[in-house]
Every structure is written in C-alpha cells, then in structure tokens.
Design a protein around this ligand. Sequence first.
Ligand code: UDX
Length: 451
Amino acid sequence: MRITIFGTGYVGLVTGACFAEVGNDVICVDVDADKIAALNRGEIPIYEPGLEGMVVRNREAGRLRFTTDADTAVHHGQFQFIAVGTPPDEDGSADLRHVLTVADTIATWMEDDKVIVDKSTVPVGTADRVRETVERRLAERGVAVRYAVVSNPEFLKEGAAVEDFMKPERVIVGCDDAVAREKLHALYAPFNRNHDRLISMDVRSAELTKYAANAMLATKISFMNELANIADRVGADIERVRIGIGSDPRIGYHFIYPGAGYGGSCFPKDVQALARTAHDVDYVPQLLQAVEEVNDRQKHYVFNRIRDHYAGALSGKRFALWGLSFKPNTDDMREAASRRLMESLWEAGAMVQAFDPKAMPETRRLYGDRSALTLCDSPEAALADADALIVMTEWNLFRSPDFELVRERLSAPVIFDGRNLYDPAILAGLGFHYYAIGRPPVAPGDGEPAT
Ligand code: UDX
C-alpha cells in the first residue's frame, strides 16, 4: 500500500520505517530540510533501538523515502498520516497548529480519495477540526474527493518503539466510516499476532483512549511515589509494599515503581492536556491535578535528600551523576528528573560530573559548556573525587557496579539512588551511606557483610 507520513519525529519515523518493513511503499515528509537531507544520508536524528537498521534497510530497498515536497508526498499515499508534534500551549492544552497546517497541506494537494489518519496525540474533537480544515480548503479549490478522518493514536514506548509497533498490544482505530475502517484493518493486518489486535470505536473515544492510557499509567506512578513518601515517614519499605500489592493481579507489577518522578515527552504533557480538556468542559479534574502535583514534588525528592545529608552546605561539593535521560534506552531528556536535580545542585553551588550511555550529546546541547558540568567518558570517570554518587536513570550498566571501586573513587562513601537499584543492607555492609526512595536507611556497617 502507498503511505504518506507527515512528520519525521520519533512517532512519524518509527511508523514510516515499520510500515515499509512489512512491504508498503512509504514517503515521509517534513518541513525541516536539514532533517530530510540527513535522513537521506541514512542519519537518524534520535536514538531508538532497531530503528537505524530498519530505516537504512528499507531506504536502500526503495520502500522508504524522505522529502520536503508535500505535493509529491500527498499524491503518493492512499493513507495520509499526521504525525507531527503537539507541544503544550502556555495553559497546558495541546497546540494543534502543526496538525491543522498538515491537514491544510493535504487538502491543498489532494486529487483522489484518501484516508487521513491522526497519529499525533490530540485532544478530543481534533478529528472534527481536521475535517473542517480539509473541507474549507477543498471547497476553496472546488475539488470534490472522498476522504475520511481517522484517529489512530500511537502507544509507542521510547526505547521499545519499534518493538511496540511491530508487535502491538492493540491498534486503536477511531472511525465513523466503514470503508476507511476496512482499509485500516488491511493496513495493520501484518502486525496481528495470534489474534486481531485492532480495536475499533468512534473517533472521540479513540482520541480519549490515548489520554486515558497515559493518565492511568502516570496515576499509578504518582500513587506509588506518594506511598513512598508515606513509607519514609512511617518507617516502612516501599519496595516490600510494591511486591506485596503487585502480587494481586488486579493491581499487577507494571508501572508501580517509585522513583524520582516521571518524565518524557508524553506523561507530563498528556496529563496536563487532559486536565485542560476537562476544565474546558467545566469539570474539575481533581485526581489528574494531584497526579501532576505529586510528580512535581517528587522531582525534588533526591535533591532534598542530598541537601539534608549535607545540612544545606552544598557549595563547592562535587557529585557524580549516573543517568541523564528520562529513562533507559533513549537519549531523550524531555522532562527528565536529572534536569531538575542538576539545576538545583548548580543553584546551590555544587558541581556535577555526569555519565550517560546515550544522552550526553543532548545534555551538551541543552546546557552547553558550563564549568559546573563535566561530561565524563565512563561511569568510573564520573566518580573521580566526587563527594557522592547519584543515580537518576536505571540503565542496565548501573545495576551491578563494582562497589569497592565506587568507594575507592569517591571521596566519601555516599550514594543517592533515585531508582531503587540497590539493596540497602548490602550497601550498608559495604560501608556506604545509601539513600533510596521510600526505604528506611541502614546505618553504614549495620548491613550485611560484603561477600
Ligand atoms: C509512554 C507510554 O508508556 C507509551 O505507551 C506512550 O505512547 C508514550 O508515553 P514513554 O514516555 O516512552 O512512554 O515512557 P514510559 O516507559 O512509559 O515511562 C515514562 C516515565 O515514567 C519515565 O520517566 C519512567 O522512569 C517513569 N516510570 C515508569 C516510573 O517512574 N515508574 C514506573 O513504574 C514506570
């Protein structure tokens, strides 16, 4: 099938590559000429496991092309995917400028029947606005073609996006047009494993499903972070509580990990946008507001621990920081908890020596060269003469370090762990002051003897 995808960001690029991978003929279009030129040289702007190989392979096979030429691109596709960004407006609502510009572009060049598919995360009612935009332009051109606007939200986790696309849990298709629904069904057929993954519904429900899924996951995380704060105060261990409640299949083990607060391009933005939608229809979304507030507070958790440990005397201190990206297997720093932490440390006069397997170029882009930040070549190098180690992202590489070496390299045996990666008793046995999230401290020397 012939597919056109507007937007070569993380969603558009993964969508285009995966559709090409199963044999479709895909054109990806973007207004950013530099990005398109880079993609045509086989350079991928983001780090996403499996994506680069897939893009290169399909480009070489001629099934995946990149262009800035909207006219050619619109003519190409039976399906026109809109996969452009919806950044938050000042009031938290999603900014639909890019989505509606693309809708207008499609209608400007459209000559035959098309299925227009909304993949961007957009508030309920956007498909109607896309339809109005298309209608207006077609009327102006005096062109009559048959088209449908379908909502087909993405559920791609960064770091596992290719896998999520190729083996989806579900494909949500919101559509009021039976012919278009059948076409989407055929398009997604190669991605069905064991059973049909397509869940069909009306457009508005599909639009809301995307927000509902992300808001539910964010709620689980904020709930656990709130419990971690309570655990701290009552002397309980949140990790035991997590395992205790997760064993109930109605609760489950997924997304109940306490931490330094959720980040990324979706949860913070989508929780806010859904709350905004609720306000717009005169409903006060108390739970969603709390989810966001708890997350904001949680982003100060690690810093507060550090400040308390040093009784506020942070000026001139030097910290080793492992992990900068908002989660492992990505170089994305959007809303990463590490950012709030570094900014607070710098404000307090401290210095940061950081290492991340993928996100250091992005960190450099965001913060430039500043004397209070050193980007190091390895986790070990970041430790050199630091007053403490801070862990902010649970990359596998950080899960089982050589603690003897960590202790040797640091000027004092102190670890602040924003991801609960280590066993407090073992670290205390090794002589560390170990601070985790929602876990009672064990005095150094009181833990289990080192093995
Ligand atoms: C999310 C959704 O999972 C995905 O379905 C959607 O399409 C896009 O948004 P993503 O933002 O890539 O994906 O990351 P995700 O793995 O969901 O993690 C989001 C944040 O929550 C991260 O900062 C992570 O560290 C945090 N998190 C996750 C926790 O703090 N605890 C958990 O138990 C799980």
